[in-house]
Every structure is written in structure tokens, then in C-alpha cells.
Design a protein around this ligand. Structure first.
Ligand code: SF4
Length: 273
């Protein structure tokens, strides 16, 4: 039997909520991919190399930030290698030569942050944020969780909250997708930290060692909220109560290229054959 094809499991609200940015993206991209991921909870057959590399770089960066901020001492290559070895304990196949080129940019970034330490009120790396339907902060796994996200790194200086997203991809473009992702983070951070009237979103591209900065006002976040809620409502309407056979997939070269379920997807198989 091909996976999901005879499944009569209906999409329930617990499969839909809470929404993350990537979950909405997946729902909009292809209904089959969404169903296998969030309803059937199938494991992908294999993970792309770039995903493992990205996870490794994020792991090293997060640990480097935490450590140097707590110690108030600059980062060095020895610590980076130590964090790489730690990551390798649960991802043994990650090649050192692929991660090593990121080290100089990680070092520069972290050491440039530590120079601001006297002005930084607080910082956190890997921050889980979640809001309910009224956009009020709730626990990450609360029953009422509606929208959530993980912020790579946040810190506050005076009246400004800085939200940093580390990226490892090759694209330098500031696409609509990236803009929407930043607004998503701003919405969550604004709900959790209402005392900061100014939110600055930074895209830190670890591959190129660049930082792009965008300022969000309360009005920007409000405008985003007004657009986001109908999008989620419509997406829930498209999925809620449906079985696999009632869903319509969206095969295309861009959707299928990186899909985790290419190996089981009958639509993809037909396209190949
Ligand atoms: S292979 Fe293509 S059609 Fe099939 S689930 Fe993935 S994105 Fe959808």
C-alpha cells in the first residue's frame, strides 16, 4: 500500500495548530507533503546534506554565543572545534571540511557581539515563543497554542530588541519569504516583550559573514497581524476534516525538488514515469 493513499485519518485541529512559519509554508506548497508530515507524521527517508550542515552551524553558533556571553571572554577556534565534536556525537556523518569554512565568520560575529556586552540588557539564544488566538503569550506547548516560532538569538540594548536569524544558505536575496518570516518573528517577539517599542530584525548570513538589518514598528506588526489571521483561517478551512484522498497535491519542479516524500509520492512517481 502506498503511504497515506488509503488512510482515512481526517485532518484535525490538533494537526493544524499551533502554526509555525514553516508549517504554513508547507501547507501552501503541497497538501500531500503537509499530510505526511503533520497528520501521518512520517519520517523523511533522508535528510539533505545542506539541512545537516545548517543544523551543525546553528548548533556551534548557539553554543558559542551562550558560552562567550557567560564567560565574558572572546571566542577561539579551540571552542569552535569542541562544539563541532559535540554536534558530531549525534550527527556522525557531518564532514569537518564542510563546517570549517564557517568558523572565521562565526568567530567574527560572536566576538563583535561580545564587544557590546556592557550595553546589552539581556540576551537569549534559541528562544521558543508562542501566542494564543488572541496573540497573547502562552507556553510553547500550551493547549491554546496558536502561532509559534524559534528565534535564533535575541538581545536588548536600551529601548530596542534585536532579533537575529542565522542563515547558512547561498542566497543573498531578501525574498518575500524571508520578509514574511521576519514579520512572523517580530509578531511573536512583540507579544512576549511589549516593553520594547522598537524591534530590529537582523539576518546574519553565516556563509558570507553579512548582517542585514530591518526595523519594525508597532504599526508594521499590526499590519502583518491583519493579513496573517485570514491566511491561517483559509488554510485551516482547506485542510480541516479532510482525509488524504480528498486532498489535492501540487507537484512542480520547485515543490518536489526538495520534498521529503519524493520516494513515496505517487504524483511524483507518475511525473517521473
Ligand atoms: S513530491 Fe511533490 S507532489 Fe509529492 S508530496 Fe512532495 S511536493 Fe507534493
Amino acid at each position: 500500500m502506498e503511504l497515506g493513499l488509503e488512510s482515512d485519518k481526517k485532518v484535525d485541529i490538533c494537526h493544524l495548530r499551533p502554526w509555525s512559519f514553516s508549517k504554513v509554508q508547507k501547507a501552501k506548497r503541497c497538501a500531500y507533503d503537509f499530510y505526511w508530515t503533520y497528520v501521518e507524521k512520517q519520517k523523511p527517508a533522508e535528510r539533505a546534506d545542506f539541512f545537516v550542515l545548517g543544523s551543525g552551524v546553528h548548533f556551534i553558533l548557539e553554543n558559542a554565543i551562550e558560552t562567550v556571553f557567560k564567560r565574558c571572554r572572546p571566542l577561539n577556534y579551540g571552542l569552535l572545534s569542541y562544539f563541532f565534536e559535540k554536534f558530531k556525537e549525534f550527527e556522525p556523518d557531518i564532514p569537518y571540511e564542510k563546517v570549517k569554512p564557517f568558523f572565521p565568520n562565526i568567530l567574527n560575529y560572536v566576538n563583535s557581539q561580545i564587544r557590546k556586552i556592557d550595553r546589552i540588557k539581556f540576551f537569549h539564544s534559541e528562544v521558543d515563543l508562542c501566542v494564543d488566538m488572541d496573540l497573547q503569550p502562552v507556553e510553547f506547548n500550551a493547549k491554546t497554542a496558536f502561532i509559534r516560532g524559534k528565534l535564533d538569538f535575541i538581545f536588548a540594548i536600551e529601548d530596542t530588541l534585536y532579533i537575529v536569524d542565522h542563515k547558512t544558505n547561498r542566497s543573498r536575496e531578501f525574498t518575500n519569504r524571508v520578509k514574511t518570516q521576519l514579520r512572523w518573528y517580530a509578531l511573536l517577539a512583540g507579544a512576549k516583550f511589549p516593553e520594547f517599542k522598537k524591534l530590529v530584525l537582523e539576518i546574519h548570513n553565516v556563509r558570507y559573514g553579512t548582517v542585514q538589518r530591518f526595523v519594525f514598528t508597532e504599526r508594521d506588526i499590526m499590519n502583518f497581524q491583519v493579513k496573517l489571521l485570514p491566511v491561517i483561517e483559509m488554510t485551516e478551512g482547506e485542510f480541516f476534516g479532510k482525509t488524504f484522498s480528498e486532498l489535492i497535491p501540487s507537484p512542480s519542479s520547485s515543490n518536489c525538488r526538495w520534498c521529503d516524500f519524493r520516494h513515496i509520492c505517487p504524483t511524483k512517481k507518475r511525473r517521473k514515469g
